[in-house]
Design a binder for this molecule. Structure first.
Ligand code: FMN
Length: 101
């Protein structure tokens, strides 16, 4: 099971609130989603509600972000926004950090 998709929350954004409002509805990905997605992974892992392995996704922009998802209970991680902003080298950085864990 892949957790999570984007968020409709507009909390903790640096951008001007009116500017954000004018952009309209839609899901946010990347950094604004990171801690919320990790929280959900941790909750579902601890509650044992999910019988499938969890693929952690949401705001992974560094090796430590990926490790955060694994430590919360994910078996694998997925990159989307981080891959665009940090580039494909992020995958190598994550793999190297995981090997050392
Ligand atoms: C441009 C874009 C398109 C996406 N399309 C889909 C989709 O078709 N199906 C889906 O389940 N998730 C889709 N997602 C959600 C991502 O798979 C992922 O759950 C989400 O972006 C959070 O990860 P991230 O912070 O690494 O982007 C999309 C995300 C983005 C940014």
């Amino acid at each position: 099971m892949i957790i999570s998709n984007t968020t409709i929350s507009r909390e903790n954004l640096k951008a001007d609130a009116d500017e954000v409002k004018n952009l309209g509805a839609g899901g946010l990905s990347g950094k604004p989603l990171q801690s919320r997605s990790t929280e959900i992974i941790r909750y579902l892992t601890q509650s044992k509600k999910v019988k499938f392995d969890i693929i952690g996704v949401g705001g992974i922009h560094s090796a430590s972000d990926a490790i955060e998802k694994i430590e919360a209970g994910a078996k694998l991680v997925q990159l989307f926004t981080g891959f665009i902003y940090e580039g494909p080298g992020l995958v190598k950085k994550i793999n190297r950090a995981m090997i050392k864990k």
